[in-house]
Design a protein around this ligand. Structure first.
Ligand SMILES: Cc1ncc(COP(=O)(O)O)c(C=O)c1O
Length: 458
């Protein structure tokens, strides 16, 4: 396959969903009604939806067939055992607790181990992870390496944890750190992977201080592919083998099956600690459901079981990572500032660099995301000061970066959709100086990016 440059999607299209064409005027009206928040749009008004890669992928023929095997027994369904086996082949933790999505696993875990006075370090907490930590009164600390905070820095594993900083934090506060988290890949930091070497070093620091290590493993297969293709000595290993080594370095995980589960819904919490698992299951029954289905239907469990087999295939992962890089390479060649190296599931535009005339507290990421929608019907997601700039005490400060994430749903768009995206982003970037910032006119106390309403400045 390496002989040809053209990316071949390793599938044929079997069922199609129409996309509704819209005009700039229609999109302008939709923006006004949405308070310039792209989360408030009607998805029918979006041409290419790159808001998220979460739950938006296409399921395979074999997953739809598996859905038909869904057994909806309340307790002990065969679908549960199919799910359990698929999870434990890759992540052989003693306890697997199914949840309706990743944040439900986070909510349960942090309700048990979080609380005032506690600290949870991570390479970078994702928004829901940070919010669930902070909701319990605990502090969420991000300790990614310095390169991980610099959109232009080239490093093969920009998601790595800063080992010295972690060691220092644990030396100072080990008694109040119930768990160390590592997010693979590091979504908020640009979809950047974590190396096996770094994970081993994190494990060693955790062992020294007697603190357990958990993975936020949403994009574990993409991370394993980066390890296979970038880390010395890993090229000849199979992806499932690398995933099992990753799992062996941790004591547990939270997971959103809406990413590398290749499913539209689902997640789990998995761990080895019997006592912690019992307390988490008690909460699960209170909030999600019986421990053999969590918040899921039997058919969802079957779709995930099959998705986990497909997501670790070389042909799929080669296409996945290559087709994301195709978008990044074209934008980079056109002079659009993008986070490099390219992430696994998304390309991140550096809005702070492109719109340097807009101050971070006037939300350059929001301005760029709105312009891409207005001009081309492309929906991306601000990952910057709107998402992370407001603190629990109500104060506001610029986030580390102001990015716009163009997340690629799995197996959903073709190369010509991506060529269209490239054309629109280039057009907007050439006119970046004409864009204006925004102010927020209404916002909730936490996770404001989902529901805040904006007004254009000037
Ligand atoms: C790194 C990371 N952690 C956790 C989550 C939460 O998962 P869910 O959306 O299934 O609740 C996400 C979702 O985007 C994520 O990217």
């Amino acid at each position: 396959m390496d002989r040809w440059r053209t990316i071949i999607e390793p599938f044929r299209i079997h069922s199609v969903e129409p996309v509704r064409m819209t005009t700039v005027d229609e999109r302008e009206t939709a923006l006004r009604a949405a308070g310039w928040n792209l989360f408030n749009l009607h998805a029918d008004d979006v041409l290419v939806d790159l808001l998220t890669d979460s739950g938006t992928g296409a399921m395979s023929r074999d997953q739809w067939a598996a859905v038909q095997h869904g057994d909806e027994s309340y307790a002990g369904s065969p679908s549960w055992f199919a799910f359990l086996e698929s999870v434990q082949v890759l992540f052989p933790y003693r306890h697997v607790i199914p949840t309706h999505q990743g944040r439900a696993a986070e909510k349960i875990l942090f309700s048990v181990i979080g609380g005032p006075g506690r600290t949870i370090p991570n390479n970078t907490h994702f928004d829901t992870t940070r919010a669930n930590v902070e909701f319990t009164g605990a502090e969420a600390v991000d300790l990614v390496i310095a390169e991980g905070r610099d959109p232009a820095a080239l490093h093969p594993f920009k998601g790595n944890m800063d080992i010295e900083a972690l060691d220092r934090l644990l030396a100072e506060r080990a008694g109040s750190v119930p768990v160390v988290f590592v997010t693979i890949t590091n979504n908020s930091g640009g979809g950047q992977p974590v190396s096996l070497e770094n994970l081993r070093a994190v494990r060693a620091v955790c062992d020294r201080h007697g603190v357990p290590l958990f993975l936020d493993a949403c994009r574990f297969a993409e991370n394993a592919w980066f390890i296979k293709t970038r880390e010395p000595g890993q090229a000849d290993r199979s992806v499932p083998d690398i995933v099992r080594e990753i799992a062996s370095l941790a004591d547990g995980m939270t997971m959103s099956a809406k990413k590398d589960g290749l499913a539209n819904i689902g997640g789990w919490l998995a761990l080895n600690d019997d006592d912690l698992a019992r307390r988490c299951r008690d909460l699960l029954i209170l909030t999600e459901g019986f421990p053999t289905y969590g918040g899921l239907a039997g058919r969802d469990l079957e779709a995930i079981a099959q998705g986990l087999r497909e997501v670790v295939e070389d042909d799929y992962l080669r296409y996945r990572i290559r087709s994301t890089a195709y978008l990044g390479e074209a934008l980079d060649a056109a002079g659009v500032p993008v986070v490099k190296p390219f992430g696994g599931h998304a390309i991140y535009l550096d809005a702070r660099a492109l719109l340097s005339h807009i101050r971070p507290l006037e939300y350059p990421g929001q301005a760029l995301a709105v312009a891409l929608y207005r001009e081309g019907g492309i929906r991306g997601c601000e990952i910057g000061t709107v998402m992370f700039g407001r603190h629990p005490d109500g104060s506001e400060a610029p986030a580390a970066m102001d990015l716009v994430r163009l997340a690629i749903p799995r197996r959903t768009y073709t190369q010509s959709h991506v060529d269209y995206v490239i054309e629109v982003v280039r057009w907007v970037a050439e006119r970046a100086a004409s864009l204006r910032g925004f102010r927020i006119v209404d916002q909730p106390p936490a996770l404001r990016h989902f529901t805040a309403r904006f007004e254009p400045l000037g």
